[in-house]
Structure formats: C-alpha cells, structure tokens
Design a protein around this ligand. Sequence first.
Ligand code: FE2
Length: 412
Amino acid sequence: MVTTDPVMHQPLTPDYYHYEWAPIDSVYRSSDGGAVVTWRDGEQLKCHPLWLRENAPGPGGIDPRSKENDLNIVDLDLETRVGKAFVENGALVVHFEPEGRRASFHPGWLRHVAEGEHRPFALLPEPQVWRAAELTEPPTHDGPSVLASDEALADWLDDLLRYGLARLINLPIGQETVELVGRRIGVLRDSNFGVTWHVTVDIDPNSTANTNVELPAHSDLPSRETPPGFQLLHCQENTVSGGRSTMTDGLAVVNHLELNEPDVLELLTSREWTFFNRDDSQDHRWTGPIIDKGDGRVPWTFRAFHPVRGFPAMPEEEITGAYFAMQRLGYVANSDEFQIRYQFAPGDLVAFDNHRVLHGRESFDATAGVRRLRGTYLDSDEVYSRVRVLRRHLTSTIPSEMLLTTEEDNNA
Ligand SMILES: [Fe+2]
C-alpha cells in the first residue's frame, strides 16, 4: 500500500505542500472514538475518527496520484473508531477499528490544520482597510517586472489583496497588454463585453462606461449571480481634460456605517434590488442586497451601480427607506474622506477587487482628446489560487518539480 511520500519518505499528505516535520509529543483517544494530539508547545488538535479515516494515506483514503480522497462516502463505516493511537518518530500512528487498518499521519500536516492554515483565507494577506488620508494613490509596482518575475508578481498581488487595489506602471500601451497581465494571474472571465473590452466614448454605447459622463463609486456587473471578483483596467491613451479615476474602500465605508449609521447599513445589507444588464442579444438579471456580507467573512460584495439597478425587490412600505440608505452610501462612498482621485496615464494598469472596492471616474471633455482603456475580469478564485501557489513555490525549499509530481513508493 502506498502511504509514504517517495521523495521525503514521510507520510503522504492530501495536497501539494511540503510541511516541516513538527513532531507530536503525545496522543490519547477521545471519548467519541477519535484522537487528540498534543505538541510540545501545548498546541492541540482533536481529530474526529471519520475525518481522520478518510484522510488516511493510501487506497481507500488519500490516493497517492491525485492526492485527493478516493473513499466513496457510501463505503465509509460510520462505526469507525481509533482503536490504538501512538506517536512514532513524531508522526501520529492510528489503528482503525473494526477495519484493522493502520495509518500514519504527517505531524506537520496535522499541525497546519491545528493552526487553521487549511482555511480559505489563511494563506492570503489580511485586508488593510484604508481611507483617503491613509492611501492617496494606488500602491504602485513596475509593470515589466511583474510580467517577467514571479517575485514581482507576488509582491503586486500581495498589495492587491491587502488594499483591494494595486497599480502597474511603465507597461506597453498595446491592445494585448491587459490580457498578458491578466493571464499572469489566471483564467480570464468572459462576459457579454468579451474576454477583454474597451472603455471609450462610443457613438452607440451599450454601457454608461462608454460615455463621457461621471461614474460615481460603483461595482461592475451586479446583474450577475456572482459579480466578477477582480477587474484590470489598462490605459492606452488619455489626452482628455478631466476624467480622473476614483477608488473607495468599501470595507472602510462598512466600518463607518456600522459605527455611525447602523440603520443605514442594516437596510443596505438586507433590502434587495433587481439588477439587469441588457442589450440586443443579452438579458442578464439578478436580485441581491446593495451590500452582501455573505457569512460575515471577507469578501463583502457590493452591488452598486445605478445604471443597471432596475427594481426594488421588497415590500412597498420599505422602498423609501431603502432609497434613503442608498443615498447615504452614495454620499459617504463619494466623499473626500473615503474616495481617492488620481490620473490614469498611458501604460498604467490598475487592478482592483470588484467586490470590495468601489471605482469610478470624473466626467471629461470628449470633444478634445481621447481616453482609451482596455479591461478584463477575473474571478476571485483565480487571484486567490495564484497567490497561494506563488507563496508555496517562492517559500519552498523543495524543487517545484518534486512538489508537483508523484512517483511510485518503493517502500510501500
Ligand atoms: Fe465600472
């Protein structure tokens, strides 16, 4: 049975990470038939017997090739208990009853679970909430370096997740630049505007973005079940007067409302609206609150763009209050205290979290000069995954090809 890593000669783990050996100090069986492991510094992990069993390395547990669980749930014996448990060279060794299977668990892998490192946001930078006084311009990085180097890409994405926005400068102004940068991160998200799309003044626009009017603080595509997680905007040409870009940290707005206008926040997070996005060949609609706080963790999702907000989806008597709450959000999000304004120069690319940060632009004079941007979207999953993998490769002392391949275990 293949149960150990062929390179490290350590128990297999259900992932592609290299874990430091973190020897377990002691183990005892818990009253529910599981095991409680303790490290020398007092850290503990309580392992449920069924969870531990399905993560047992080897066939009928963690498949050594896919590093995924191959135990069909209907084949899991719900009477499974830890019959015997002990520490061997720092690893946890368990005999499962009544099956009689022996399994050995990597103590570093167990430790990462004890420390909560398996959770979705554990390996990502903590969001740093900002107001205009704390962040006058987007954090700025050198574009060509990000295209050429994983270290530079990791630094840029770290700022992007920390502040919700980050800028690149000195990029080529070609049409393909935004796609090149986007594909450094992951798979681009297509939409009815195309995989990449232009923002210019159109004669027959299908979006308010493609006019010269002011765009107050907003988020894109609230008309979708899941609005795009991140947006990249690249400036190819900008010779108009006016048209500065704006950004507002939605998390700062939420904090402010929570403290000063909790009734407004309550209306924004609970009253729903139906958004639509239509043209000759499209009819997208979705209903949701202006601020969706999900399960209370980041990211919060703002659904805020008046041109595509169609109908109140609430009892008649609540509508006036809901409009009042949206107006309060409009005042706060577009105020000097929360909103930054900056020039968008050719060769600049600004990436931002479309769930968290509200973007916009000032109006501009379209009769003299040209303002030409190109944009694309990515789902949040793509950005999060890229950041985790960059972190894994850039901090690992094991050659990446060893982390990404699995070979036969001769010691099985
Ligand atoms: Fe927009």
